[in-house]
Design a binder for this molecule. Structure first.
Ligand code: PMT
Length: 403
């Protein structure tokens, strides 16, 4: 997996820097091409000679003396992934706010490949809200954070702040590399947002979907090489790059937009909150008459159930937005809609589900398995969904080859 990959290892100044020698050594054993960048503070903890010997390349540490040999842009262009370990509060702060004042921070700004951060520091510093906010900001921008462990720290205290084990950092690096371009050649259709069903010229029935979950799936699918069509209803989010967007308003419009794209799709992820019922549209604004208004609703088309009936090669992923009996209700939907995977989320919680940046989901499969995940950003949930999708696509392919 790592053979001939170019991995940039950024080392900043913390006592855990010595553990990164082991990381570099293991990367070299796996025949990766390694370039180590050290900050001035890092050199107080471990010598550049150790790192250059283990990596097989000179350590990069000076913006100016290295010029002509290798510069930060060259490095960013050839990198397949970057690991910053240990990531101190200082480098985390610089990365979060675009400060580029040394070789490491300048290189980070030029990178377009996955960047994995392994923070390590004193527990009081790590738990400081400014560090936590900077980490959350970086995570939202797509940086992958390998959380530090809790335990005895070099400064004599106990708490979270120990560098994650090298095996874990390597595992995260491996997953990040594996995700690159694994959807190349696939067409992925994503729906996002909430439909609005008009009642009269000024009113509608709608829901609280912001579109964040679906947009995250579209963004990540495009980054992983897919051709992405994003059918979105009533969102105010910036469109992810490299995505073809189709705006719609109602469930009916979403149905037509989805059906038009469906036949040559490989994957459909239906994160949109679609109205199950719509009112009869009144041509004129409804007037206040008496103390009661009765609205008659008729069912909308169940788009996903229709796709479930039509599907041939497509991997169909639905969401289940539930306020009670999460697993039982989701299980019912996976069967009724003929899905390959359903992503169940509890929309009664204010910290996940509708409009928040985070989500906590359980995956359910047609064979009865279910897989609960921890709370994470919607982008991280999107990565997890697409990991499962790639797995299902590969299984379908190998079954076809056997037949
Ligand atoms: O947009 P955010 O603010 O980020 O919030 C994310 C979310 C909570 C909207 C998202 O995570 C989510 O749960 N989306 C599904 C919402 C929903 O409509 O769930 P449902 O359980 O009612 O529907 C089940 C599935 O059928 C969904 O995939 C839905 O898109 C689909 N459906 C439903 C009704 C319908 N008429 N047609 C459909 O295709």
């Amino acid at each position: 997996m790592l053979k001939d990959k170019t991995i940039i290892v950024g080392v900043s100044g913390g006592i855990a820097a010595y553990k990164v020698a082991d990381l570099v050594s293991r990367l070299r054993k796996q025949e990766a091409r390694i370039h180590v960048i050290m900050t001035e503070a890092a050199k107080q903890f471990i010598t550049p000679i150790t790192m250059s010997t283990l990596s097989g390349n000179p350590v990069l540490d000076d913006m100016f003396s290295n010029q002509g040999i290798v510069n930060h842009i060259d490095l960013a262009l050839k990198a397949d992934a970057m690991v910053v370990a240990p990531a101190t509060a200082n480098i985390i702060g610089k990365m979060a706010h675009g400060i580029a004042d040394d070789f490491l921070s300048t290189t980070v700004l030029a990178m377009r490949c996955p960047i994995i951060l392994a923070p390590a520091m004193n527990d009081r510093m790590y738990l400081n809200s400014v560090v936590q906010e900077n980490l959350a900001l970086l995570q939202r921008r797509g940086f992958v954070i390998v959380q530090p462990e809790s335990g005895a720290l070099a400064c004599g205290t106990e708490g979270p702040g120990r560098l994650a084990p090298v095996e874990q950092i390597l595992k995260v690096l491996w997953t990040s590399l594996q995700r690159q371009q694994d959807l190349k050649g696939k067409k992925v259709l994503v729906t996002a947002g909430g439909t609005r069903e008009p009642l009269d010229p000024v009113r509608f029935l709608g829901n609280r979907s912001s579109g964040k979950m679906g947009f995250a799936v579209a963004k990540v699918a495009a980054e992983r090489g897919a051709e992405v069509v994003l059918v979105h209803a009533n969102t105010h989010l910036p469109l992810p790059p490299q995505v073809r967007a189709v705006p719609v308003t109602t469930a009916e419009e979403m149905y037509h937009a989805v059906i038009k794209e469906f036949s040559d799709c490989d994957v459909v992820v239906k994160a949109a909150a679609v109205a199950d019922f719509r009112p009869k549209m009144h041509a004129e604004k409804l007037k206040k008459q008496g103390n009661q208004l009765t609205i008659t609703l008729e069912p909308t088309v169940d788009i996903l159930a229709q796709l479930g009936r039509k599907k041939k090669k497509q991997v169909l992923v639905g969401f289940a937005a539930e306020t009670n009996d999460l697993l039982a209700n989701a299980r019912d939907k996976i069967e009724k809609k003929n899905l390959d995977l359903i992503v169940a989320n509890d929309v009664s919680r204010p910290d996940i589900g509708f409009a928040s940046d985070d989500n906590q989901v359980t995956f359910l499969y047609p064979d009865g398995r279910h897989e609960p995940l921890g709370k994470m950003t919607k982008e991280a949930v999107a990565q997890e969904i697409l990991d499962r999708v790639v797995h299902i696509l590969n299984n379908k392919l190998s079954t076809e080859n056997e037949e």
